[in-house]
Design a protein around this ligand. Structure first.
Ligand SMILES: Cc1ncc(COP(=O)(O)O)c(C=O)c1O
Length: 426
């Protein structure tokens, strides 16, 4: 749940990356998001080491992206999965190596595809419409490197809203319905495409690796069919991202190494059994790299007691910087940054400051006694929090720091009130 450098320092405060979080909150204001560089490097390098020479690890930019963060990811040797011209623009401005970028998305516009082709990214085609658009995008006599996103018909054990690989999904060509096979034929006959691989992604926040073994089995069944019927064997096979992380002390997810080893084993044994050449494996984790590295800091403001009912502790952020509790029913832990080990004083509910009664970050959590001005730290807040942040209620988005060896570098400044007006025409 905590970054690898987490400790309680001599002052009794939470320290991450050698920095005292209470001091950071005081100096930079809250809400504040901090990322521990050592955790990002540890998670990323664990993926790369487990993969060895068997394939490629891409970081999924949708989990969280900022130039300095992407630099760390690139230094660890990862590629990048982007899903829009906006994410690609950020990657290019961050000097991310373009030959390591894959461009995904279920409804890419012609502008998205033009940007992806110009950048030299591998385009992961998600639907038939893209075959037509790519005729317009790729010049005569040239071929764009593409993969096809397939839907293996697997429903992993995770929240419905983050399950993507089942038949009834907006993503990918279904294997079960025959659409995947037809898409492979179309891609092979397309004059402007070079089909380099097939891809799948079954969902997110997955703990039971069995779902990946099942998906691999289905993908390899199709590969054998494609070899026998079309003489086609892909060079790359994508197994997606989706490895879960610990949000609470009860969560016990597999490690990145365990994930990669399981998928690789399913790939190599499945290929051997079917007499297939083993393609390069591509995985694209997001949450399991950014999630445990990030913590959110809030300051306690108003406290409302409803005797016998509930004690609300309101903080200065909420659904604008973390929509996950409301979107997926996500559960978090919270700690008093100035005394994480202090004895608890009963259950409270941590509310945000947005004008919605549903703006609750954590319902019924045991906390020590809290007073206005206290700083609360929420671990495992590095993925899909800031990435989905909004300016709802006219709230500027938080500042973001990268912490390393006692130094805090501002990765993204706090938005100003004028930033909120940047696109308005007066
Ligand atoms: C296609 C694709 N790849 C990778 C990811 C990253 O998943 P995660 O952050 O769970 O690792 C996602 C997220 O939903 C995705 O849609």
């Amino acid at each position: 749940m905590f970054p690898v450098t987490y400790r309680v320092n001599a002052a009794g405060h939470i320290e991450v990356g050698g920095c005292d979080l209470v001091e950071l909150a005081r100096a930079h204001g809250t809400p504040l998001y901090v990322y521990d560089e050592a955790t990002v490097r540890q998670r990323a390098s664990e993926y790369v080491a487990a993969m060895g020479g068997a394939g490629q690890v891409l970081y999924s930019a949708k989990a969280f992206a900022s130039p300095r963060f992407l630099r760390v990811v690139a230094e660890e040797g990862l590629g990048l999965d982007v899903v829009s011209a906006g994410e690609l623009h950020l990657a290019l401005k961050s000097d991310f190596p373009t030959d390591r970028i894959h461009f995904l998305g279920n409804n890419k516009s012609i502008e998205d595809l033009q940007a992806a082709y110009r950048a030299g990214a591998t385009i992961v085609i998600d639907g038939d419409h893209e075959f037509d658009l790519l005729r317009q995008v790729v010049p005569d006599g040239r071929r764009a490197a593409v993969m096809l996103r397939l839907s293996p018909g697997i429903k992993p054990d995770t929240h419905d809203h983050i399950s993507t690989g089942q038949l009834d999904s907006k993503f990918g060509f279904s294997i079960e319905s025959g659409a995947a096979r037809r898409a492979v034929e179309t891609a092979l006959q397309h004059p402007r495409l070079e089909l380099v691989g097939l891809h799948s992604h079954i969902g997110s926040q997955i703990f039971a690796l069995r779902a990946y073994e099942d998906a691999m089995d289905i993908m390899l069944g199709l590969l054998a069919q494609l070899r026998d019927e079309l003489g086609f064997e892909p060079r790359r096979l994508g197994a997606g991202g989706g490895l879960g992380i610990a949000y609470t002390r009860d969560d016990d997810p597999p490690t990145p190494r365990h994930f990669v080893e399981t998928v690789l084993h399913a790939l190599t044994t499945g290929c051997a059994r079917r007499g297939l050449k083993t393609p390069e494996l591509v995985v694209e984790p997001g949450r399991s790299i950014a999630g445990p590295a990030g913590m959110a800091l809030y300051t306690v403001g108003s406290i409302k007691d409803i005797p016998g009912v509930r004690r609300y502790i309101a903080v200065d952020g909420g659904m604008g910087d973390n929509i996950r509790p409301k979107l997926y029913g996500a559960r978090y832990e919270a700690f008093l940054a100035s005394g994480p080990d202090r004895a608890t004083n009963g259950k409270v509910t941590i509310a945000g400051k947005y004008c919605e009664s549903t703006d609750i970050l954590i319902t019924d959590i045991e906390m020590p006694s809290l007073k206005p001005g206290d700083v609360i730290a929420v671990p495992a807040a590095g993925a899909y929090c800031l990435a989905m942040a909004s300016n709802y209620n006219g709230m500027p988005r938080p500042e973001v720091l990268l912490l390393r060896d006692g130094e805090a570098t501002v990765m993204r400044r706090r938005e100003t009130l004028d930033d909120l007006l940047a696109a308005e025409i007066f």
